[in-house]
Each structure stands twice: as C-alpha cells, then as structure tokens.
Design a protein around this ligand. Structure first.
Ligand code: GLN
Length: 550
C-alpha cells in the first residue's frame, strides 16, 4: 500500500491526452520538465504505455514507432527518448511501464502469496502497483517532480486503470498531484474556425473517472484566441491562466520557450504553492532555437529503410532518434538538415534507380530486421562506397556493409547474415553465442543484446578522431554480430576494424579507408545524441556530407 509519507516528498504531474493520439504529450511533458528543471528543481519523467506487451521490443516499428533503448537495456517508447533529449539525463527501466509489465508483477505477487489469501481485485491492486512503480522512479531520481505521461487518449478502455491510479493518489495527497490534459483543437477548413467541443468532451471523459485536469494544453495549427480560452475555462473548469496554447512550432525544441512565455512552469509551481528556486535560465535553448531558425545552407541526407508506410501515409516515427541525431549534428555545424526517405525495395526492382543516390550529400542505413529490402540496401551501400558518397551504417546498416564488402572485395558471392540465409557458406554476420542459447528459451521478448556496452576505438580511425577518445559506451539492440572467422580476410581486403569490445571478441565498428566517410557501427549512436550535445559520429558524418556538397 502507499504510505503518504513516502510520496509527500515528491510531486507528480500526470499528462494525459484528449481527442486523438500523436498530439505531442511526450514533447509537452519533456518541455514542461525542462522548464521546471531550469527553475532549480530535480525532474524525472515516466512513460506509461497501455498495451499488454511487456515492452516495445516485440512490436513492428510501423505499429509502434521507434523502440528506444535505455542504458540498462530496456526496450521502451520513443517518448523516453524525448525526455532524455530535453532533460539531458539518462532515463532507465524504472521509468517505463506497460499494462503487461504491471499485470506481470501483480500476478507474480499473487503466486508468491503476497496478498495473504485475499481476492486480488483489479482495483485497487493494479493501480497500487502503478503507484508503487511511480514512487520507485521518484525515489531513485530524487525527483522534486515526476512527469508521468499516460499513453493513449482518455476515454479508451486501455488506460482506465492508470487514470484510476491518479484518482487514488489524489485521494491520499491531493496537494502533490496535478493533471494536465493535452488536447487537440481542430480548425476544419470547411468551417474556418477553431473548435473547442472535442476538448470539452475529452475533459468530460477525465471527469467521469473523478479527476478534473488543472491544466489544459491546447494543440492546434494556430494559437488559441481569447473567446475560446474563455469558453474552455468555463466549460472545463480550468483557470484561464492554466490554459496553455501550443500552436504548431517550427521545431519541437521551441516548445519550452513557448511554454515559458506563457508562464506555464510558474503557474504550475504556484498551484503547488511553490516558488522558483532560481531565475529560469533557458539561454542555451534560446540560442539553439535561434540557430535552428538561422541555418540556411542545406545538407541533404538520404535514409534508406522500410518502416515508413502505413496505408497511404508515410511516417518517419520508426526512425525518430536517427532523425533527431541528424538534425542535432547539422545544426551544430550551421547547416539545415534536409532528410529524405528512400525505399530500398525500389533498388531491387530497378537497379538503375541507384543513380538517384548521387543527388545526396550523405546516405544512412539505420537499424532493421528481416529480409525485405535487404538486397536493395546492400546494392545501395556498394554504390555509395564506390562513388565515395559519405555513408553511415547503423546496426543492420553496419552488418549490410560487411556483407557488401565481403561480396564485392573478396568475391564471396554468397556472403550473408544467417538472419537471412541460415545455410550460407559464408556467414560473415552470424548469431551471437549467447543469443543462440537465449533463443532456445521460451520466447523472443527481451532476448537481444541490449543496453550500453563499452567499445575500444582503434587509433588512426575516423571513429577515434570523431570521438577524440579511445573508448566509448554505446547502446545496443541486436542478435547477430560480425563473424570473427572472416576478420583477417576482410581486414586484408581493406576493411578497417575501428572498434571492438574491450576483450576484442566483438567487432563494434567497421570503416573503409580512402573514403570521405564510411563508418558502420553495431550499436545505436542515435540514442545518445542530445540537441545541445550532438553525437560525434553524426557530426563527422554530416560534416563529410556538407563537404561533398561543396
Ligand atoms: N537484425 C539485426 C540483428 O538482430 C540488426 C538489428 C538492428 O539493426 N537493430 O542483429
């Protein structure tokens, strides 16, 4: 059970969504967190995903968007990435939960006999487990504020027990809990006027479970005007000063400033009867936003993947951190990132299409799984290697680069990864030792090589020069690896082994010399790129790309 003395020390701000998904709850939570942090408070953020999956790892990226990997190897939601980028802190597994994870704990408790013969009722047991987890996250981060984002939209069946957790927490310590509803206000072209009704309905939905949000964030194409603010205030029971307008921004990094100009963090503090601990300093963020607005020189990066289309629509969510990392790097060298999505399957159907790669300043192949589109990626990698177009391969992009090199430079025509062809005579990429064991177990969930591992960099390599150091720690998410049986042969043919695990058993980075930038990394550097601290490999890649443009 929840002891009030425990959660008195921490304050919780729940962020829920109304009207539709994708309105920017994650960005709103992260931005509010940042502005509170700027006022001298310690802040952490938790994401709750209402689906039954225990983690995001087993889901197709088209379904779910990117799987964001934490340093401690949790496969989480892309919003955790947003929190890390805004708060500039590593978020760990404690700060992520799903319905599956919560139920799993409750069931384990029941099996252990922890409920002492009681009937284990969904309420209060499930919300209690949620509250327990929130308190753990608060304690671990020694957080003055815990931002808790509840996935999905109010009124859905799925997230009801998480909303119930808010109600239960409020009952115990009403002064420590606030709820923010992020809602969408459409401006239907046929009407030409911003409509508040869907948001009023969303507030009613939250009311039904016994909560009235104290704050409203109004997402829309345009800013909220005075009459609509008044209307929302009256019908939703929210103070006008607690209604925050969030019109479309040029970049998400503008949102903290947008919130601050409306005194959002200050009203939030006031509602908790707290005062700012220091004058908020958002100068570095303002400078970043200024730079983003000012950059003019374009640098054009092509990203070759396959997790883009859902029905008639193109979504780049599956590669969110890659996208952000390219932007951070480009801005840091005063360039405007122009990112285009390239479908590798097109190169399989029509190899003459490869010529379009000439139009790009740099090509990136991000992580991926399975056979669809892989031959197109390999063909594209050969093209950019031979035409000296800067290339950055991440995870699958590194493995494909090794396959291409073995095929073209050593003549091993059937070189492959055993992920695609288990029987190939030349498995240059094969199953990692402990992965084979794991796969014999009960299933696939959480069985990859996950989380942060150290890597030692070879002197004289592009990577060593980029990092300016001989070691680094990077996050992983893969099952297959470079096959050491081919190490000598590949090295003799000119492939540079630029990074390995400290015991030299795992190849982590490969490079091609005599090329403006050709680097393949087994890890996911995109997860560690922050807007104010771009990742060194991305910076070098974008730098090389900008030089090609010149
Ligand atoms: N499918 C590859 C593996 O499992 C690469 C994974 C990835 O790109 N994240 O090793």
């Amino acid at each position: 059970m929840v002891a009030s003395s425990v959660y008195m020390k921490h304050r919780y701000i729940f962020v829920v969504g109304g009207v539709m998904s994708g309105v920017g709850k994650g960005t709103s939570s992260a931005a509010l967190g940042l502005t509170l942090k700027a006022r001298g408070f310690s802040v952490t953020a938790v994401k709750i995903d209402p689906y039954v999956n225990v983690d995001a790892g087993t889901m197709n990226p088209v379904e779910h968007g990117e799987v964001f990997v934490t340093i401690d190897g949790d496969e989480t939601d892309q919003d955790i990435g947003n929190y890390e980028r805004f708060l500039d802190e590593n978020i760990t597994s404690t700060n992520y939960m799903t319905t599956g994870r919560v139920y799993q704990s409750v069931i384990e408790r029941e099996r252990r006999g922890d409920y002492h013969g009681k009937c284990v009722e969904v309420v209060p047991r499930v919300p209690e487990e949620v509250i327990d987890r929130l308190e753990k996250a608060a304690k671990k981060a020694k957080a003055d504020f815990v931002l808790v984002e509840i996935g999905g939209t109010v009124g859905e069946y799925e997230n009801i027990l998480f909303l119930e957790a808010i109600r239960m927490m409020k009952l115990k310590a009403p002064d420590d809990i606030r709820t923010v509803l992020v809602s969408y206000l459409p401006v239907p072209p046929s009407i030409g006027e911003m409509k508040t009704k869907p948001t009023q309905h969303a507030v009613r939905e939250v009311n039904r479970i016994g909560i009235n949000p104290e704050f409203l964030i109004c997402r829309s194409e345009v800013a909220l005007d005075a009459p609509r603010r008044e209307k929302l205030s009256r019908f939703c029971g929210v103070l006008p000063s607690h209604i925050i307008t969030a019109p479309n921004a040029r970049s998400i990094y503008e949102v903290p400033k947008l919130f601050d100009e409306q005194g959002f963090a200050d009203s939030m503090l006031k509602s908790f009867r707290l005062k700012s601990r220091k004058v908020a300093d958002l100068a570095v963020w303002s400078a970043l936003v200024g730079r983003i607005d000012a950059v003019e020189k374009p640098v054009k990066i092509g990203v070759i993947g396959k997790y883009f289309s859902t029905g008639d629509f193109i979504l780049s969510d599956a590669y969110l951190s890659v996208l952000e990392a390219i932007k951070h790097a480009a801005w840091s060298i005063n360039h405007k990132p122009v990112i285009e999505w390239l479908n590798s399957e097109a190169y399989e159907q029509d190899p003459s299409k490869l010529k379009e790669l000439d139009e790009y300043d740099g090509i990136l192949v991000p992580g991926g799984f399975g056979s669809r589109g892989i031959e197109g990626k390999i063909a594209a990698i050969q093209y950019v290697r031979e035409h000296k177009i800067p290339y950055f391969g991440i995870c699958y992009g590194m493995q494909c680069a090794v396959i291409e090199f073995a095929r073209t430079m050593i003549g091993l025509a059937d070189a492959n990864t055993t992920e695609i062809n288990a029987k190939t005579k030349n498995p240059v990429i094969h199953l990692m030792n402990d992965q084979a064991k794991k796969l014999k177990g009960t299933g696939i969930g959480g069985t990859l090589r996950l989380g942060s591992y150290p890597c030692v960099l070879a002197r004289e390599s592009i990577s060593y020069r980029s990092y300016g150091s001989n070691t680094t720690d990077e996050r992983h998410r893969h099952r297959y690896e470079f096959n050491n049986e081919y190490r000598q042969q590949l090295a003799d043919a000119g492939l540079v082994i630029a990074g390995t695990s400290p015991d030299d058993r795992l190849v982590e980075i490969v490079e091609v010399a005599d090329h403006p930038f050709f680097v393949g990394v087994q890890f996911h550097p995109e997860f560690q790129s922050r807007p104010l601290r771009p990742h060194p490999l991305f910076v070098q890649f974008v730098q090389a790309a900008s030089e090609r443009r010149r």
